[in-house]
Design a protein around this ligand. Structure first.
Ligand code: ARG
Ligand code: ZN
Length: 388
């Protein structure tokens, strides 16, 4: 009794630990053009100092680099030495995050699509949907995340024997628009009275996982809005997490399509399927692969519809022409909608960059799901954000 009493008294005087959010005050994003390999190398070398520089985008002629305020002098110096020119894209990254939060409070606190929802809100909404449509829906859990959260999905089936469509969403934690879109899609499939939507809903079996990277998603809401990876710690580094879209067991770590550095945003992990989240998804998909015709992975942003392969651009899938015909139909249709959004399409490695160990390639290569796409939603970078 004495012991318990002492412990309680002691805890009364303990300061509660205040969990602070990561802030990006006066973090700047620069667009840097380079002409020589030397210039490029000098600038990319900076990204080894992960705490100060983060690469948002890179190709052979330019890169976007986020720079912390205290690293500005070193950045200016490096620019001077390498004789490269930079233009400022975003002068304060925190402003963008604050604007999103302000937009949030203007909307109602009910689940909806005028603001982003937390994982708890999405879960509660899923329960509601399952209760309202018990005949045609079924909830499922593909497994648990590293931190022990359920990874949930919903199956929508109006009749048995329909071809199956699997949608993987929010594998990257900060890509909130993907789970917003996945939940919107669920709602449309169930409640729309549009003939085309009804036909689509009732002629396919839909398996939708709105938030695959649940730990990362919660982390972006509670701690760091710009987090991309999972939350499993590394044995060899202080840096946390793996890029789950480099962790699938298909051409894992081949052709420079992923990084072996745990601090890198595209870290492939210590081995394929090291992450409970990708392992769970792969086991679930493998268990229903005979029923699946289509696999779609949701990402943001860049306005792209990507087919396999990600690991090489020297080859394309044997049904590439078919995949591109469908992609063109998608692109043409979306362009004719009121926003006039232009989507480009092609193979992943062909029009974006090499990416190995991705969901789309794994489904195509290892599960025989021959209609496999990665979609990168709006925009093309005007609003400033690390790409998908
Ligand atoms: N932007 C995403 C990523 O970097 C998509 C990569 C697409 N590549 C692919 N093979 N599916 O992870
Ligand atoms: Zn992504």
């Amino acid at each position: 009794i004495f012991f318990v009493a002492t412990t309680n008294a002691a805890s009364l005087f303990q300061k509660p630990e205040i969990e602070q959010k990561v802030r990006y005050d006066n973090y700047k994003v620069f667009k840097i053009k380079y002409e020589t390999a030397m210039q490029r190398q000098k600038l990319l070398d900076l990204t080894k100092i992960y705490q100060s520089f983060r690469l948002w985008h890179e190709d052979s002629s330019e890169c976007y680099l986020m720079v912390t305020p205290n690293a500005l002098p070193l950045f200016e110096e490096t620019l001077k030495i390498s004789n490269a020119s930079a233009e400022i894209l975003i002068s304060n990254v925190q402003d963008l995050i604050d604007q999103e939060n302000e937009a949030d409070t203007r909307a109602s606190d009910k689940f909806g699509w005028t603001r982003y929802n937390s994982l708890a809100e999405i879960d509660a909404w899923l329960d509601e949907i399952l209760a309202v449509y018990p005949v045609v829906t079924e909830g499922f859990v593909i497994g648990k995340s590293y931190e022990g959260r359920d990874i949930r999905g919903i199956k929508i089936s109006y009749k048995s024997g329909n071809p199956g469509v699997f949608i993987e969403s929010n594998i990257h934690a900060r890509e909130w628009i993907t789970s917003a879109t996945a939940t919107w899609l669920i709602n449309e499939l169930l409640s729309s009275s549009d003939d085309l939507v009804r036909d689509l809903a009732e002629s396919h079996d839909w398996y939708i996982v709105p938030v695959l990277n649940v730990d990362g998603f919660v982390y972006t809401h509670e701690k760091d809005r710009l987090w991309r990876k999972t939350r499993q710690p590394s044995n060899i580094s202080q840096c946390i997490g793996v890029d789950p879209n480099r962790n699938y067991d298909s051409h894992w770590m081949e052709n420079g399509g992923a990084s072996s550095d745990p601090c890198n945003e595209a870290y492939a992990g210590p081995y394929a399927f090291s992450e409970p989240e990708t392992k769970a998804l792969s086991d679930f998909v493998a268990s229903i692969k005979d029923k699946l015709n289509i696999m779609i992975a949701f990402h943001s942003y860049s306005q792209l519809l990507l087919s396999p392969y990600g690991h090489t651009k020297d080859e394309v899938p044997e049904n590439y022409d078919d995949l591109m015909q469908v992609a063109k139909a998608y692109s043409d249709t979306v362009k004719d909608l009121p926003y006039g959004t232009v989507y480009r399409y092609g193979s992943s490695a062909g029009i974006l960059y090499p990416a190995s160990g991705t969901t789309s390639d794994w489904a195509y290569n290892e599960q025989d799901v021959k209609i496999s796409y990665t979609i990168e939603f709006r925009d093309t970078g005007n609003f400033g954000w690390p790409p998908g």
